[in-house]
Design a protein around this ligand. Structure first.
Ligand code: AHR
Length: 300
């Protein structure tokens, strides 16, 4: 197997863990890996696709998609060129006949889990009504689109607290520096009115926490904050109590992806169109000792 891996970029701790999963597993499994960092630009991903389609050595192309649309033509060309294509991490809007399989997270379900976690945190904080702010990931990414959708559609499930999403803004490229500025602006615009914050990944949640603390409020006390990914950095803030909940997104997908690609090369058919990732949730309420023990067992 010679795999052309088109990665989104290097926007987060999660992404670094995902990249390591592919590089390390390729080494252990004796797979030739050609790695392409798309700098979070869709046009770069199209360039990479065409590069790997032209490359006679490449028999498998793996895509972690920056956006959800714009891949149909290169998928068709890859198919015509006899390349196996596997989509990892993020869903795309393309007919599943254009790729072998998709292995990645159910981001809508993650949004639902985020809503349930926020509901419990606000209930425990004695709230009956609450205003929520969303600091979103890149607006093109299915992870951001679906977490936002999942959280929003589940709001009515919280019988104890009437939650309202007061405002939502995307940080281009998942940039935490821009995420912090977004939160600082919201803290000014909605002074004294913010009860909860949903950061679309750990870096954005931590950026929001830093802005909240700098404003004189206390994250985890005056404002409840949740994040997504459950990286080591996220655990640090769960342990100090500033992050109330962290919805896991599993980056260690390479073994499944390479297995699927090998199946495809061996002519295996009847594969699932989508294999949702195995993921959990973590809460500050679990306590520092328990969270420390869990953290010690984790690879990212
Ligand atoms: O697609 C998964 C998301 O991409 C992660 O939640 C985020 O950290 C990364 O940028």
């Amino acid at each position: 197997m010679t795999v052309g891996f088109i990665q989104t970029g290097s926007e987060s701790g999660w992404r670094a863990a995902n990249t390591s999963s592919f590089k390390e597993t390729a080494t252990t499994d004796g797979i030739t890996l050609k790695f392409y960092d798309s700098q979070n630009k869709i046009e770069n991903q199209i360039t990479a696709f065409n590069q790997y389609i032209q490359d006679p050595a490449v028999n498998v192309i793996v895509l972690a998609a920056v956006g959800t649309t714009g891949y149909d033509d290169v998928l068709k060309s890859a198919k015509a060129a006899g390349k196996v294509v596997v989509i990892e991490d993020r869903r795309i809007e393309a007919d599943s006949s254009l790729y072998y399989t998709y292995i990645g997270s159910d981001f809508i379900k993650e949004g639902h889990e985020g809503e349930a976690a926020m509901c419990d945190l606000l209930k425990a904080a004695g709230k009956t009504t609450a205003n929520i702010i969303e600091v979103g990931g890149d607006q093109a990414a299915s992870a951001a689109i679906d977490r936002h959708k999942g959280f929003g559609e589940a709001l009515a499930n919280c019988s104890a607290v009437k939650m309202t999403v007061l405002d939502y803004q995307n940080a281009p490229g998942w940039d935490p520096v821009q995420g912090k500025s977004i939160m600082e602006a919201f803290l000014k615009k909605y002074a004294g009115k913010i009860d909860g914050v949903m950061g679309h990944n750990d870096e954005l949640a931590i950026a929001a926490i830093q802005a909240i603390d700098a404003s004189g409020l206390k994250a985890g006390k005056d404002v409840q904050v949740i994040g997504f990914d459950a990286t080591a950095d996220g655990f640090k803030y769960l342990i100090n109590g500033e992050l109330g909940a962290d919805i896991e997104c599993n980056p260690l997908l390479a073994p499944q992806v390479y297995k699927a690609a090998l199946d495809a090369l061996n002519g295996v058919t009847g594969q699932q169109a989508w294999t949702p990732s195995q993921e959990g949730q973590f809460f500050a309420a679990q306590g520092a000792t328990a969270l420390q023990a869990i953290l010690a067992t984790r690879k990212y």
